[in-house]
Design a protein around this ligand. Structure first.
Ligand code: MF3
Ligand code: CO
Ligand code: CO
Length: 264
């Protein structure tokens, strides 16, 4: 993956990515009010699939990757509590007050992928769950703000890791952000831990995700027998937030941020 060439997008392509990114963000907005005690993760999946089809788009996770003997079987990832990522929506999984759930959506719109996720609190979360989710969202923003002209990919992970660990949490190693565009997972890899000044240099037109997974306990993960669901080894909580961004000449543009959600 790292030997692959990093694509630099033209402004025409970036506008297509923006359209896909905004569609992904709107899908999360559409799902948010449904995230309540009593809903099943399959109901969230089916609502997402119907919404996506109604826009003439396709759910990239469904059947991903092409040609695999164990492709992802659903349209979105729903990762509850100790699930780190790639949770599979299921009719028997009913959300309970106190749960946290990451919903990760990737509509393929006019040939381009918009990849974004948020972790939602269900009902009344514990103070610890609430703090983990808040810290994880802040990790994403610190990672985004680390993208500066002349900087390097390692700056992102260094910023995220410093903050997460200062808060007493840990950074997942086994899953990373990624280049995204016509291809769902492309070069470069974007680790959420690491060293400032190391790694590939940022270039205007680079488009990639930043998607830190932050654990309450140890950073170790294991993948369940379904070969998708990644859980914390200690079964403590994990949270994640994700945006798709483009490097510009003076910083970064967040393609999956809705105008009404720009942080203060
Ligand atoms: N959306 C996930 C990501 O952020 C990837 C999901 S792959 C799937 O990279 F097959 F699990 F859907
Ligand atoms: Co991603
Ligand atoms: Co994603």
């Amino acid at each position: 993956m790292d030997q692959e060439q990093i694509i630099l997008m033209s402004s025409r392509e970036i506008e297509k990515m923006r359209h896909a990114g905004q569609t992904a963000a709107q899908l999360l907005q559409y799902l948010e009010p449904m995230v309540q005690p009593g809903v099943t993760t399959l109901e969230l999946n089916d609502a997402a699939e119907a919404w996506t089809q109604a826009r003439g788009a396709r759910s990239a996770p469904l059947g991903y990757p092409d040609g695999s003997d164990n492709p992802f079987p659903k349209s979105i990832c729903t990762s509850v509590n100790e699930v780190v990522c790639h949770g599979i929506p299921n009719a028997k999984q009913v959300l309970q007050s106190g749960d946290i759930i990451n919903i990760d959506v990737t509509p393929l719109v006019d040939g381009y992928h918009g990849d974004t996720s948020r972790t939602f609190l269900v009902g009344e979360p514990s103070p610890l769950a609430e703090r983990l989710v808040k810290v994880t969202e802040e990790c994403l923003w610190r990672g985004i703000q680390a993208v500066k002209p002349g900087g390097r990919v390692g700056d992102i992970g260094a910023a995220i890791q410093a903050y997460a660990e200062a808060e007493g949490f840990s950074v997942v190693r086994d899953f990373v952000g990624h280049g995204v565009g016509r291809i769902f997972h492309a070069a470069p890899q974007i680790p959420h831990y690491g060293t400032r000044g190391k790694g590939k240099k940022f270039r205007p037109g680079m488009v990639f995700t930043i998607e830190p997974m932050i654990n309450e306990g140890s950073y170790e993960v294991e993948v369940l027998a379904d070969q998708w669901t990644a859980v914390t080894k200690d079964r403590k909580l994990s949270a994640q937030f994700e945006h798709t961004i483009v490097v510009t000449t003076d910083g970064v543009d967040v393609l999956t941020l809705l105008p009404e959600l720009v942080p203060a």
